[in-house]
Design a protein around this ligand. Structure first.
Ligand code: HAM
Length: 420
């Protein structure tokens, strides 16, 4: 048995190796294409920011209070690794003031010091979009439908969308006050572990998974009933748009997302094929006050973040979106010293034919094994005879009888192109 190594990846992080990593590439490429087609451009932003940027996203939330990777840099500045994507995007918006609507997508490693649990990582990766500068509820529809269609394009079927509205910032603040006092009157009926949330973040009590709390809050006031006429209208327009796009959803007044900045529409997609409690594949919503809270101009915004790890776990559970075929077109087996393998791979690759080869002067048998393992269609065999004749043997690895023919080395590229 191999000795266990001195160093391992940190707890609740993972290495993604080939061929699994090819799925990540394919997922990213799919996402990039779909978002580009809808007018979203890539935003690359730093993986760390001044601590204050993230503190604004939720002083009352676990993500900020308990899970942030904070550090002091060598210049004495208080910094933090990004726990989520939205705050950085809004910070970049405030800094550069691009023309609106500003529509961007990102693929971002995010860091949260969470308890180890299936589907929960300390470094996870989000594919996300953010659209700033419009409060049109049809933009909410665009954002939600893009995520629904992304999941659909992967082949996922057992995905359930929940939506809710938090109302305008004023609606939310008034509701939170009402809810807090309602909960204070029933504090002794709540599970003790949920009591501390009543003051800090009463809406989080509503999505507690603890039985005792769930029973106690069953008839708590609901934010959807406390919406102003304007907020209710906007929510209606969003539902109408989802209906028209044929995206099924459930209105869930108990949907409270884990970040503080939400106003109006919030949503979350659950992967029903996932057994773990951590079955949220992606979610998001509006954050019309965030740009201002971060010191910029008042600018509405909406977006989503979708976890790559959980999305791929859901794909596994549904048996869809497997690893793409990454076999090279040819594998060169050179038992005549290796110079032809060295030079042919360069020529073939430059001609757009993907090629791989063996190194270290391995035996014929061992090189043929590698050729087989590579999954390539063609093995190009170079032996002393071939070199002497200025030829190569081309073997069709997919033919049952290992069909093989000799051709001139100089005719190889034309030959392969004609058989492609
Ligand atoms: P979030 O719901 O905290 O939202 O995270 C988005 C997604 O990231 C989750 O649905 C989940 O798939 C994944 N995720 C979060 N934490 C973990 C973890 N510890 N391990 C594995 N996956 C995880 C946000 O972060 C918001 N920024 C979304 C947003 C964008 N709202 C508006 N715009």
């Amino acid at each position: 048995m191999a000795e266990s190594p001195r160093f391992r990846a940190p707890a609740a992080t993972q290495d993604i190796l080939p061929p699994e990593s090819a799925r990540w590439e394919a997922l990213l490429a799919r996402f990039a294409q779909q978002m580009a087609d809808a007018g979203y451009g890539l935003l690359q932003s730093p993986m760390f920011e001044e601590l204050g940027v993230f503190q604004r996203v939720g002083e009352g939330t676990d993500v900020v209070r308990k899970e942030m990777y904070e550090f002091t840099d060598r210049g004495g500045r208080q910094m933090a690794l990004r726990p989520e994507g939205t705050a950085s995007v809004v910070r970049a918006f405030n800094q550069h003031r691009p023309a609106t609507p500003w529509k961007v997508w990102y693929a971002a490693p995010s860091f949260r010091y969470e308890r180890k649990q299936a589907g929960r990582y300390r470094q996870h990766h989000q594919l996300g979009i953010e659209a700033l500068g419009s409060d049109d509820p049809d933009l909410d529809v665009e954002v939600i439908v893009l995520l629904a269609d992304f999941y659909r394009s992967l082949g996922l079927q057992r995905v359930e969308l929940s939506i809710n509205s938090m109302g305008a910032p004023g609606d939310r603040a008034a509701y939170v006050d009402d809810l807090r006092s309602w909960l204070h009157h029933r504090e002794d009926q709540l599970d003790p572990a949920d009591r501390e949330k009543v003051d800090d973040n009463p809406m989080r009590v509503l999505d507690s998974k603890r039985e005792q709390t769930r029973a106690a809050v069953a008839d708590a006031p609901r934010i959807v009933d406390a919406l102003s006429a304007d907020a209710a209208d906007r929510f209606r327009r969003v539902r109408e748009g989802l209906d028209a796009a044929d995206v099924a959803y459930r209105v869930d007044p108990g949907l409270v997302r884990g970040l503080d900045y939400y106003t109006h529409t919030t949503f979350e997609f659950a992967g029903l094929a996932l057994e773990s409690a951590q079955n949220a594949l992606g979610g998001g919503g509006r954050y019309d006050g965030l740009a201002e809270a971060l010191g910029g101009p008042a600018t509405p915004g909406i977006g989503f973040g979708s976890g790559i790890e959980r999305t791929l776990l859901a794909c596994d559970a549904e048996g869809v979106f497997g690893a793409p075929d990454r076999a090279p077109d040819v594998f060169i087996v050179d038992v005549a010293g290796g110079a032809w393998a060295r030079d042919l791979t360069v020529q073939l690759r430059r001609a757009g034919i993907s090629a791989d080869r063996a190194f270290d002067g391995r035996s014929m048998r061992s090189q043929m094994k590698l050729a087989d393992r590579s999954g390539s269609r063609w093995a190009i065999i170079v032996g002393e005879d071939e070199v002497a004749a200025g030829q190569v043997s081309v073997r069709d690895m997919h033919a049952p009888d290992g069909d093989q023919q000799r051709i001139d080395r100089n005719a190889l590229i034309d030959h392969l192109e004609s058989r492609a």
